[in-house]
Design a protein around this ligand. Structure first.
Ligand SMILES: NC(=O)c1ccc[n+]([C@@H]2O[C@H](COP(=O)([O-])OP(=O)(O)OC[C@H]3O[C@@H](n4cnc5c(N)ncnc54)[C@H](OP(=O)(O)O)[C@@H]3O)[C@@H](O)[C@H]2O)c1
Length: 283
């Protein structure tokens, strides 16, 4: 049995769909009643309640589990404590394979949600559990909420300069790799960067959205003060907002992209381009 944490989230749902295609027995760890139907619909064999911050609540979910795919909650202040809980339970239950959903370049100290993942990777090395670490770039799917705005106002806005070089990856391809490596000894002790081969600036992205929707779209930089105010209004926590601001400052200074070689090798085909990703959507 494969256990997936964070199963009802954006990444978890994509992974469940891929594992469902291969009819693998999967238990989804969720924390709310309404998430059960969601994960079963996506392809989980069963669902179990558990709070990632409360090891006792998760103990029943580990019964009969041989492989764990740990998806940490997004930009969470206690990401390291959560990973420690999952790793301890995995050791206690004799888990044979642990897949850690990390991030591209976790070692960057000025991005707290990245360096926390580097610490978890380091801790994972000490457990003795065979592991696989996946380090995805930013998902192409992150741009979806902005497409509506591009259609209505003709603007694609980002909180960093519009000439910042960025790399992205299709979440469905990340999930395809997740389903390929889990419980597969060929990938024990491996760390894979998962990125497309493209480097695109927000200006390039706006141009591609323009082509896809057939309407003029302009890239626009939102200043960080405005972004912060709007983000707090949506109910994001201060920790999340401040962490994301640090990430945007890093992007503005250095850009952020990876290399598509390992993803290409794992998929057996070139990674999806952003244009192909847009081409799949209904406008
Ligand atoms: N987005 C990207 O571009 C990207 C790229 C590379 C790596 N990543 C990494 O991928 C990971 C997952 O991101 P995501 O966007 O899939 O996150 P997400 O959609 O927020 O999913 C996280 C899931 O964890 C659940 N959760 C949170 N706290 C919990 C707790 N205490 N107990 C039980 N469940 C809890 C959430 O439940 P609720 O819905 O109830 O909160 C949600 O279902 C993150 O660590 C992120 O850094 C993301």
């Amino acid at each position: 049995m494969i256990l997936i944490t964070g199963a009802a989230g954006k990444t978890g749902r994509a992974l469940l769909q891929q594992l469902g295609l291969h009819q693998r027995p999967v238990r989804a760890l969720v924390r709310r009643q309404d998430q059960i139907e969601q994960v079963l619909e996506k392809g989980a064999t069963e669902a179990q309640f558990g709070d990632l911050l409360d090891p006792q609540s998760m103990t029943p979910a580990f019964a009969g589990v041989t492989a764990v795919y740990h998806i940490p909650p997004n930009v969470h202040p206690q990401e390291e404590r959560i990973a420690e809980n999952i790793l301890r339970l995995s050791s206690q239950h004799g888990v044979e394979h642990f897949v850690y959903h990390s991030v591209l370049r976790p070692y960057i100290r000025s991005m707290p949600h990245h360096i926390k993942k580097a610490h978890v990777e380091e801790r994972l090395f000490t457990t003795g559990i065979p592991f696989t670490i996946l380090q995805p770039a930013a998902y192409m799917q992150n741009t979806l909420p902005y497409l509506q705005n591009a259609r209505t106002d003709g603007v694609f806005s980002v909180p960093y300069p519009i000439d910042t070089p960025m790399g992205m990856v299709d979440l469905d391809e990340v999930a395809e790799v997740g389903a390929l490596v889990i419980a597969n000894a060929d990938h024990y002790m491996a760390t894979y960067e998962l990125s497309s081969t493209e480097i695109l600036t927000p200006e390039d992205i706006a141009e591609q959205i323009e082509t896809a929707i057939g309407k003029p779209v302009e890239a626009q930089e939102v200043d960080l003060k405005t972004w912060r105010r709007q983000a707090l209004q949506t109910g994001m926590s201060r920790y999340q907002v401040d962490t994301l601001l640090k990430m945007f400052r890093y992007y503005a200074r250095y850009g952020f992209w990876g290399n598509g070689y390992s993803l290409s090798a794992l998929l057996g085909r070139p990674p999806k381009t952003y244009a192909a990703f847009l081409g799949r959507l209904d406008f």
